[in-house]
Ligand binder design. Structure first.
Ligand code: NAD
Ligand code: WQD
Length: 340
């Protein structure tokens, strides 16, 4: 019998790509999502891509009753926990919503897991837990720091909770995956990132400018001490990220305890480099203007990916142009996201 995996947040951007990787690798996948930031249409697209459809429950991770029912129905080997709210700016406006959804929701999920004797967990953390390191590239043994947003605080708090949990009970086997900047889409152009309203992140914004939905990109700050003055980030293809989850699943099935891995490429690109690469990949102009820095932004952030390479056997394979071309294919084929 194939292993059963619960994927919370599995209709979202990273969860849907990882669901495909899991189905293609032969896992039986159960997706749980409350659809607050995603669409059931993603499940139809997943089926078109890989010929398999995950089981789906529209449920909230804060709903203990619903979780208990799902855990009673399956014999999960592991949980991949993507569900959460992720908009940094919104979290500043609505901190209680973020603490309640992300932290209370995660606690409820971990309680339901323990009761069902499921102790293998992969958690979607973020490079935001490093704060503003003074040195690059960022290694996993760098100290964590007070994040600049309530969103970031939820990620760091959940990491702390999971470390305490693993100390209290050695059955837990937990991967904390600190993602850098996920971009791109499945090469089919059928699934991708579908933000509600005005995009917060760079790639969805650029894509919407290139397609003519938005007029121009505002580049936040041209005076950082980086080679061209704009912010530098480690952009990673979402399919590489999905593959990283499969490697982490294997690792946690072999050893107990909590381990942390950066999922990044180890290469930093500036905002201007991204704009030019996107123009090259799409053949469309991306008009932009330089404006003031965005509050809370750091100058640069990129990963040292060697720990994941040596311990998980995972490295990112897809380069910058492929990331841009795949983002564009998704945008061009689905100008209205999943409503297209
Ligand atoms: P996403 O919004 O596309 O996916 C998250 C999914 O969780 C959505 O489908 C949403 O409907 C669901 N969800 C939210 N709250 C829920 C709840 N209470 N119960 C059930 N479902 C709920 O986001 P994503 O980009 O796919 O991110 C996935 C995870 O990775 C998140 O935890 C996010 O914080 C983390 N992460 C994302 C990034 C990024 O830049 N995209 C970077 C680092 C970490
Ligand atoms: C990238 C670069 C901006 C938009 C955020 C979260 C982080 C993680 C990933 C979840 C920066 C610049 C952006 C725009 C711009 N998410 N930019 N104009 O801020 O690195 O990380 O998403 O965990 O926690 O903080 O990503 O895509 O917003 O920005 O100039 O309209 O693009 O200043 O240099 P960021 P981003």
């Amino acid at each position: 019998m194939s292993e059963q995996i619960l994927v919370t947040g599995g209709t979202g951007y990273i969860g849907s790509h990882t669901t495909i990787a899991l189905l293609e690798a032969g896992f039986e996948v159960v997706v749980l999502d409350n659809l607050c930031n995603s669409s059931v249409e993603s499940l139809n697209r997943i089926e078109r891509i890989c010929g398999k459809r995950p089981k789906f429950y529209q449920a909230d991770i804060r709903d203990r009753k619903a979780l208990d029912q799902i855990f009673a129905e399956y014999q999960f080997n592991s949980v991949l926990h993507f569900a959460g709210l992720k908009a940094v700016g919104e979290s500043v406006q609505k901190p209680l919503d973020y603490y309640e959804n992300n932290i209370s929701g995660s606690i409820t999920l971990f309680q339901a897991m323990a009761q069902a004797n499921v102790f293998n967990l992969v958690f979607s953390s973020s490079a935001t837990v490093y704060g503003a390191p003074t040195e690059m590239p960022i290694r996993e043994d760098f100290p964590t720091a007070a994040p600049t947003s309530p969103y970031g605080s939820t990620k760091l708090t959940i990491e702390v909770i999971l470390k305490d949990l693993a100390k209290s009970d050695q059955q837990w086997s937990i991967a904390l995956l600190r993602y850098f900047n996920p971009v791109g889409a499945h090469q089919s152009g059928l699934i991708g990132e579908a933000p509600n309203g005005l995009p917060n992140n760079l790639l969805p914004y650029i894509s919407q400018v290139a397609i003519g939905k938005l007029h121009e990109l505002s580049v936040f700050g041209g005076d950082y001490s980086t080679p061209d003055g704009t912010g530098v980030r480690d952009y990673i293809h979402v399919q590489d990220l999905a593959d990283g989850h499969l490697c982490a699943l294997k690792a946690i099935s072999e050893d107990a305890g909590v381990r942390v891995w950066n999922l990044g490429t180890g290469i930093g690109y500036s905002v201007l480099e991204i704009i030019h690469a996107f123009e090259q990949a799409s053949g469309r102009p991306v008009p932009y203007k330089l404006i003031d820095r965005r509050s809370g932004d750091i100058a640069e952030c990129w990963a040292d990916p060697r720990k994941a390479a040596s311990e998980l056997g995972w490295t990112a394979k897809r380069g910058l142009i492929e990331m841009m071309a795949d983002s564009w294919r998704w945008q061009e084929n689905n100008p209205l996201g999943y409503a297209s």
